[in-house]
Design a protein around this ligand. Sequence first.
Ligand SMILES: Nc1nc2c(ncn2[C@@H]2O[C@H](COP(=O)(O)OP(=O)(O)O)[C@@H](O)[C@H]2O)c(=O)[nH]1
Ligand SMILES: Nc1ncnc2c1ncn2[C@@H]1O[C@H](COP(=O)(O)OP(=O)(O)O)[C@@H](O)[C@H]1O
Length: 221
Amino acid sequence: MVARMLFRAVIMGPPGSGKGTISDRIVKHFALKHLSSGDLLRLNIQKKTEVGILAKSYIEQGQLVPDDVITRLIIQELNNFGEHNWLLDGFPRTVPQAQALDKAHQINTVIDLNVPFQTIKDRLTARWIHPGSGRVYNTEFNPPKVSGIDDLTGEPLVQREDDKPETVTKRLNAYEALTKPVLEYYKNKGVLETFSGTETNKIWPHVHSFLQTKLPDASQE
Ligand SMILES: Nc1nc2c(ncn2[C@@H]2O[C@H](COP(=O)(O)OP(=O)(O)O)[C@@H](O)[C@H]2O)c(=O)[nH]1
Ligand SMILES: Nc1ncnc2c1ncn2[C@@H]1O[C@H](COP(=O)(O)OP(=O)(O)O)[C@@H](O)[C@H]1O
């Protein structure tokens, strides 16, 4: 029997490791709420909120948004989820963020996607997004039905400003210096589960089996 414990999970991995792609699959199979820090920040940028205006310059330069800004934003959103099970994607990315999150919620599962940097560099130059919904495509992996056009709305796709090769390098450096220590932090707490590989379709079945031991399957397929 699956224990009736609130599922408080984080999905981590370098930029482009497939956090969003795998999160979408998790949400399709298991009943939980999903919150992506990157999507939330991009929404704030679109709406030109105070946080969005501040975050924009950091994101475009491949730097992390300051800890206090992102932490406040995420904790506030999580409070809206109440007693639902949830999966956090893209937060925490620094040890101070992880410590702040611990004060608010007890994290019991951390899924770490371990994908080589060279694989990532190749992928991100091929990533296209629909800004309105955050839907993500890849010209090789999951191309849109019509090149450059969102499948559902027919609106144009764009490339993320921060997916330019030189910015990707900066983001990978930030990951190495600031986010890798978070993996160590969760490893010491005994909640880290690492999945290594170069292809999402090969990593996903392992993530799925692992989650089946933690959550009831509510597959919508
Ligand atoms: N070639 C290839 N592209 C992938 C694979 N998995 C995901 N992608 C694409 O790689 C890009 C990054 O994936 P995404 O889920 O956005 O990663 P995130 O930045 O960690 O959230 C997107 O364009 C995905 O469509 C894969 O196995 N192979
Ligand atoms: N937890 C966070 N702390 C600081 N900055 C963040 C955080 N989450 C997202 N960001 C900012 O938003 C950008 C895009 O994030 P995200 O969409 O998660 O990228 P990716 O999925 O490619 O790793 C990051 O490069 C960073 O500037």
